[in-house]
Design a protein around this ligand. Sequence first.
Ligand SMILES: NC(=O)c1ccc[n+]([C@@H]2O[C@H](COP(=O)([O-])OP(=O)(O)OC[C@H]3O[C@@H](n4cnc5c(N)ncnc54)[C@H](OP(=O)(O)O)[C@@H]3O)[C@@H](O)[C@H]2O)c1
Length: 263
Amino acid sequence: MSIFSNQALKNEHALITGATGGIGAATAKTLAGMRAAVTITGRNEEKLENVAEDIRSTHPDANICKQLADLGKDSDRETLVEQAEKACGPITLLVNNAGIAGGSTVDELTKDKLESIMDINYTSTVLLTQLVYKKMLKKKRGAIVNVSSLSGLRGTHGNTAYAGSKFALIGFTQSMAVEAIEHGIRVNAVCPGWVDTAMGQQSVENKAARTGTSVEELLQSSVPSGRMSEPEEVANTIAFLLTDAAANIVGESVKISGGTVMR
Ligand SMILES: NC(=O)c1ccc[n+]([C@@H]2O[C@H](COP(=O)([O-])OP(=O)(O)OC[C@H]3O[C@@H](n4cnc5c(N)ncnc54)[C@H](OP(=O)(O)O)[C@@H]3O)[C@@H](O)[C@H]2O)c1
């Protein structure tokens, strides 16, 4: 059930990356339900179309722009922002959600793997944000949410590349937040624990296999609430941070993890 007014983001235009994935699709639907125009982007055309159809099935009047983009490519990022603004007007909200998992223990980590994770989860995110931010600066308004992770707050076994990229995203969030707020633009991060998406299922299954336990036992023993978060629960937190209800929340890293990490 949504706690948000169906007008809360009227006249806003949200760009959501990774919208073909679990958290991104749920976020796009939630923001469309609050009347934001949404630009959804990912690399998989069929999934992008399915997400748009799903949003329209619940919100028939939704204003949706679809744009394929590989965020690791400079030209794709530039085209994405250009096409989004052409179709739906100035971007006022940005959700940096695209990301990849993977990696290995330090002794087996390859340079290619390290660079690909840092590129998508950090460098490309910063560069896309820079493009959008320069446009937001002209209007002196906007809000940005970066999707980091509990792995952006504490390291875990076999997670060097991913955790490093998500820690970096928190550093970026905090540094940019103090610059951007001078111009009326807010930047925050969310830090989900395990979320019930393809990525989250893989992660919990890997850990269960490594520690010789079942997924159910692992969730019971390591998550105080005893379960993964739903993508919609992360989407609701992102949505809150994008609204004026969060007007004085700046540079924060909000956890959605059923109590997994208490500090
Ligand atoms: N699920 C969890 O347990 C969990 C926990 C903490 C944080 N997170 C973070 O939450 C975010 C979303 O995760 P999710 O669980 O929804 O994952 P997901 O279902 O695997 O979705 C990942 C998304 O990222 C996009 N993406 C990956 N590489 C890309 C690239 N080079 N260019 C453009 N888009 C790219 C994918 O697009 P295509 O498939 O179209 O290529 C997809 O839309 C990620 O940043 C992840 O690190 C997830």
